[in-house]
Design a protein around this ligand. Sequence first.
Ligand SMILES: *Cc1c(COP(=O)(O)O)cnc(C)c1O
Length: 409
Amino acid sequence: MPEINQNYNLLQKSYLFTDIAHKVAAYKKANPDHRVISLGIGDVTKPLVPAVIEALHAAVDEMGTAEHFHGYGPEQGYSFLREAVVREYMARGVSIAPDEVFIGDGAKSDIGNFQELLSADAVVAITDPVYPVYVDSNVMAGRAGAPLAGGGFERLVYLPCVRENNFVPDFPAKAPDIVYICSPNNPTGTVLDRDALTAWVRYARKHNCLILFDAAYEAFITDKDIPHSIYEIEGAQDVAVEFRSYSKLAGFTGLRCSATMVPHSLKVGDGRGGRVELNGLWNRRQCTKYNGCPYIVQRAAQAVHSKVGKSQVMKQVAGYLENAKALREGMAALGLEVYGGVNAPYIWVRTPNGMDSWGLFDHLLTKAQLVCTPGAGFGKSGEGYVRLTAFGTPEDTAEAIERLKGLSL
Ligand SMILES: *Cc1c(COP(=O)(O)O)cnc(C)c1O
């Protein structure tokens, strides 16, 4: 009888969203006349913009003609899209070559898959609280070690991001081989500024550490001084891979498209005393296990980079950011400490009076019929906070703010 990959036995079940669903269902059953509003959704709600829909229709029509039919495409993505990504970087003063850009079907898969290029004994650092994909993909690869009784894993290095350090991870006592950084951050909604990013790039260069930089929320940055890419920091191309996604930028959560940047100058040990480019390895991995993002989806993504498309998607992003601002202000008016929500669609609220994450969750559900996400579900350092998302409709968000007004804590 075949046996499973034993690493899968080490995965910790996440009960977070099922626990939330159960509590909400029980509340609705007991209070059928109360309308519950979710501020917990991690998916976008606005439809695809007209420029994207037009590009999709045109590409579908092409696929129905013998001259313009597209079969297997390049595993790395079509050059029209890779070049559009390159131009996006150029506009921010970053020079990256088309063959350093890999188009994928989403940042979740790219991030989840990328770790397999690194050795199983590499030491991984993650920020805490964290996007669970970084952790679980390394558990599956056998890199995380045994689960610990109080949560977490033996071999992972946890970098707390809390109000006490301004949500900027401190350097670990011993340098890890790999560090995951997400800015703007999910779940905290906070960003790393130029100084913080520069310090991490220097650290990585000094200690030969690989940074896996998740820029999925780059489009939500409103402060002019916050870098949109880690490559805006000098020397980052020697130490960092960057992941981008069209999901939150342009509502591609159902369409699926991403871009992963692997600069040629980024080299790691080959295990035989030499150094090797990760670019070639990622290319080999993708060519072996992936047949490319659909042609029609890449045409749709190309439209996001057009002048018209960009202005349409940035209007949607601005709409979500208005929700974020309203939620921030609504929470702050209750006397709560509020973080994030300026350069990100997430608001991270500190629980009052030593209440725990689930305590505030229950309070918001039963007193205002609002659903949030308890921070403890994102890691130990998330305890004492809850996450609100700005991805709801403006109507629901406005109603949520109204309900907050009458709330006592
Ligand atoms: C939503 C999200 C992504 C993007 O995932 P896709 O697979 O591209 O939809 C990546 N990283 C984080 C932290 C996210 O929240």
